[in-house]
Design a protein around this ligand. Structure first.
Ligand code: UD1
Ligand code: CA
Length: 448
């Protein structure tokens, strides 16, 4: 059976008290709606249809081509929202899965179970339910004396007796499309002036159909985000889920509570994460690494057996056996080859450090190409910027840069060359020669 997903996201989310649309608030570095989109995409194998309304342009701009969009204007309730998807989906699918953009904890496993039930069910409505005393404003599930679902009543319209029902409607359904599209047109305006999607349940029952329900064992999955308190709760739960998954995959966490890993990060076996480690974006960490404490890594690739202590890395690449820290900063375009050692207070930007290069203390390499086995003395700096332009520095294999050398770019240091302490290098230095002074001059050749 062909399956499509619709994600409702047109509501305003006033309780966030924000100029940012609710579904764009970040959870672990991703807009809240990303989680619903991902779960739906994994179940259906295609882009979901997202119903947008409030701040539609901004939502579409941020989420881009991850979803197809339909506009709901004005927003006349959840039933009216789903109607907007009809022109895209009518005749295109047999089953329609409906979820919300503000339920980021709902797992694809749960959605898969719902779809499975819907496929085997001859009736037009299958839905999740959740049983919990924490009613959170959810609609109540009504059942007849034989235990069959007879309808849903919204909290605002529920009688005191109905308010005592703890079987709740999370708002996640799977409908048979051929029944759904005409049925939506039969929904009447509610006392609040909205078209309630929940009325479809009563309509299906009136049509003589049975409703199939799946009771969610884990109420956390359907926490809907309405306030920033919920936002923080959801992030905590998602972070625990991700951390648990990596620990089960062979990653050690000294303190999982203070370890932050975004959903697209990957980690290799036997890597150890110390407290205060933050792994962002598309970061990939290899096997057998030791990271942290207090290390922030963003969009960076780290090979195997690297040790990174109290450092900040952004858009960098590290091969294997790199040692770094404490207090190093890798910026965009830093490439550290196998066996590089960076000691305290090093900064590298848009530069390659060759295999085995060492940069032990207080140095800056910007726009530089550093050859294999180069030793960069304490306090060495590439003066790569003259206030207007950036210039490159090249340091050849095995060169030895003396402490406190200023490399005034553009400049080349030949392979095997040396600079004296405090040299200010303004002109190229040939291979295997020693240059000293301000400005640096070659004073002799060196034995190879
Ligand atoms: C809805 C359900 C309720 C359920 C609850 C679970 C209805 C009538 N009620 O109530 O039974 O317990 O969800 O969270 O469906 N939306 C639109 N367009 C609209 C209105 C809403 O796209 O015109 C979207 C919202 O952005 C949100 C979702 O639909 O993602 C739910 O809307 P919300 O107003 O929160 O519904 P509830 O009143 O909480
Ligand atoms: Ca809600």
């Amino acid at each position: 059976m062909k399956l499509s997903a619709v994600i409702l996201a047109a509501g305003q989310g006033t309780r966030m008290k924000s100029s940012l649309p609710k579904v764009l608030h970040l959870i672990l570095g991703k807009p809240m709606a990303w989680y619903a989109i991902e779960a739906a995409r994994q179940i259906t194998g295609k882009k979901p249809v997202m119903v947008i309304g409030h701040a539609a342009d901004q939502v579409r701009h941020v989420l881009g081509d991850q979803a197809e969009y339909v506009l709901q204007e004005p927003q006349l309730g959840t039933g009216h929202a789903l109607m907007q998807a009809e022109h895209l989906l009518s005749g295109q699918c047999d089953l329609v899965l409906v979820t919300y953009a503000d339920m980021p904890l709902l797992t694809r496993e749960t959605l898969a179970r719902l779809v499975e039930v819907a496929q085997s069910h001859t009736g037009p409505v299958s839905m999740l339910t959740v049983t919990t005393a924490e009613t959170r404003g959810f609609g109540r599930i009504l059942r007849d004396p034989s235990g069959q679902v007879s309808g849903i009543v919204e909290e605002a319209q529920a009688s005191p007796e109905q308010l005592g029902i703890h079987e709740l409607n999370p708002g996640v359904y799977c409908f048979r499309a051929e029944w759904l599209w005409p049925a939506l047109k039969r929904i009447r305006l509610s006392p609040k002036g909205e078209y309630y999607l929940t009325d479809l349940v009563g309509l299906a029952v009136a049509d003589g159909h049975m409703i199939r329900t799946i009771d969610l064992a884990e109420p956390d999955e359907v926490i809907g985000i309405n306030t920033r308190v919920h936002l923080a709760q959801a992030e905590t739960l998602l972070r625990q889920r991700i951390n648990r998954q990596w620990m089960l995959a062979g990653v050690t966490m000294i303190n999982p509570l203070s370890t932050y890993i975004e959903p697209e990060v990957t980690l290799g076996q036997d890597t150890i994460l110390w407290p205060g480690t933050f792994l962002h974006g598309s970061t990939r960490i290899g096997k057998g690494c030791e990271i942290g404490p207090d290390t922030i890594i963003k969009d960076t690739q780290v090979g195997d057996d690297c040790t990174l202590l109290a450092s900040v890395l952004e858009s960098a690449v590290l091969e294997n056996h790199v040692e770094m820290g404490p207090y190093c900063h890798l910026r965009k375009g830093a490439y550290l080859s196998t066996g590089v050692h960076m000691g305290n207070f090093g900064e590298v930007k848009n530069s390659t450090l060759g295999p085995g290069a060492k940069m032990g203390h207080f140095s800056y390499m910007g726009d530089a190409t550093v050859g294999p086995d180069v030793n960069i003395g304490a306090g060495t700096i590439t003066c790569n910027y003259d206030g207007e332009h950036k210039y490159p520095t090249e340091i050849g294999e095995g060169a030895f840069i003396g402490s406190d050398t200023m490399l005034v770019a553009p400049v080349k240091i030949g392979a095997g060359a040396k600079t004296g302490a405090g040299a200010v290098v303004t002109k190229d230095i040939p291979p295997n020669s020693l240059a000293v002074g301000v400005p640096a001059r070659v004073i002799r050749e060196l034995k190879k």
